[in-house]
Design a protein around this ligand. Structure first.
Ligand SMILES: *Cc1c(COP(=O)(O)O)cnc(C)c1O
Length: 347
């Protein structure tokens, strides 16, 4: 696997913008900074943020057990995914592979970057069809997106399938682990060194409760991150987001406790959903949401909205006909959902 051969020629030849903060790096406390045309009067945000987000990376490195040199941060994981497209996929020439039903951003980003997206549907049990994926790939297939646990189905992909794809697919394999903290499966992070084409994305938006600050995480080899660092906007994670992330990540027990509570609530929600007459199937979930099949998803969605409860209607997605996706909320929110589902079912 030669990563260099996967990079777009344009990107390989690119000289990155060198920001003031890139050019001078040193102990900042004693220095007088007259290099970035900032307003000198301190209000907490008058200085440009750290382009390499060292404070956030240090904590993440500790929490996740991964060296900071294997971490790149983005303005949400959506930015990280976009950087991967721009670094590796030549418009109108290369292609990527995604496995519906899955997260919609892979397709949006492919379209945005004028890159063909090849879709290989998941199996009946929402597992990757390894042989069909490898058959769909050609010399221009630069990226394979595996979302595990998968959104909107909620299941994790089998270790054997992912392993086979990592070993056989000739481009990058991006494993989107947005929901990994809710999963019973282990993260692929521990196997980063083993697979040079492995890229893992995670986010602070879900389990860590920071969707509002937009902080996405990419873990990969230094070789891959070097390319992404070359093209990322220098100050892509703002100062307020970095500060808030450090503050909340330092409160280590908080997320752990909340994840525990959400998992307990998920179990309650699953058994409560099973009592609703028009719910015909509840899919196993390794995430903080539950996919369920109902008699008429659009009708039930609208009835819930009328009652003041908003869920996600996934009925147009492949394999998700008449499916609603329920995010696990607080105990009170889930009770409100169930109360209204019961009311609707009796009307
Ligand atoms: C929610 C979600 C994300 C999160 O993206 P951010 O931009 O980090 O908020 C990424 N991937 C999947 C599959 C998701 O469901």
């Amino acid at each position: 696997m030669n990563i260099q051969n996967l990079i777009r020629p344009t990107i390989k030849a690119l000289k990155p913008y060198s920001s003031a903060r890139d050019e001078f790096q040193g102990n900042s406390d004693a220095m007088v900074f007259l290099d970035a045309n900032e307003n000198p009067y301190n209000n907490g945000v008058n200085r440009y943020p750290d382009p390499q987000q060292k404070g956030v990376k240090a904590i993440l490195s500790e929490i996740k057990g991964v060296s900071a040199k294997h971490i790149l941060l983005g303005n949400g994981s959506d930015e990280v995914l976009d950087l991967i497209f721009r670094a590796f996929c030549e418009p109108h020439q290369d292609n990527v592979i995604s496995l519906p039903p899955t997260y919609g951003m892979y397709e949006v980003l492919a379209n945005l970057n004028a890159v063909e997206i090849r879709k290989v549907n998941l199996s009946e049990t929402f597992q990757p069809k390894v042989d069909a994926i490898l058959e769909a790939a050609d010399a221009h297939s630069k990226v394979l997106f595996l979302c595990s646990p998968n959104n909107p189905t909620g299941n994790s992909f089998s270790t054997e399938s992912v392993e086979k794809l990592l070993k056989t697919f000739k481009g990058l394999v991006v494993i989107d682990e947005a929901y990994i903290d809710f999963s019973t499966e282990k993260s692929w992070l521990t196997r980063l060194e083993e697979f040079p084409n492995l890229v893992i994305t995670q986010t602070l938006s879900k389990a860590y409760g920071m969707a509002g600050i937009r902080l996405g995480i990419c873990y990969a080899s230094e070789e891959i991150l070097k390319v992404l660092n070359t093209i990322k906007p220098p100050y892509n994670v703002n100062e307020l987001s970095q500060k808030k992330a450090i503050e909340l990540l330092n409160n280590k027990d908080l997320a752990k406790k909340q994840i525990q509570d959400i998992l307990e609530e998920r179990a309650v929600l699953i058994s409560d959903l099973a009592t609703i007459s028009f719910v015909s199937k509840i899919y196993p979930s390794d995430a903080n949401f539950i996919l369920a099949k109902v008699d008429d998803a659009t009708k039930r969605y609208n009835q819930l909205v009328e009652k003041g409860v908003v869920v996600r209607n996934r009925t147009t997605q492949f394999g998700c006909e008449n499916c609603l996706r329920f995010t696990v909320g607080t105990k009170e929110e889930n009770e409100e959902l169930i109360k209204n589902l019961l009311l609707i079912s009796k009307s």
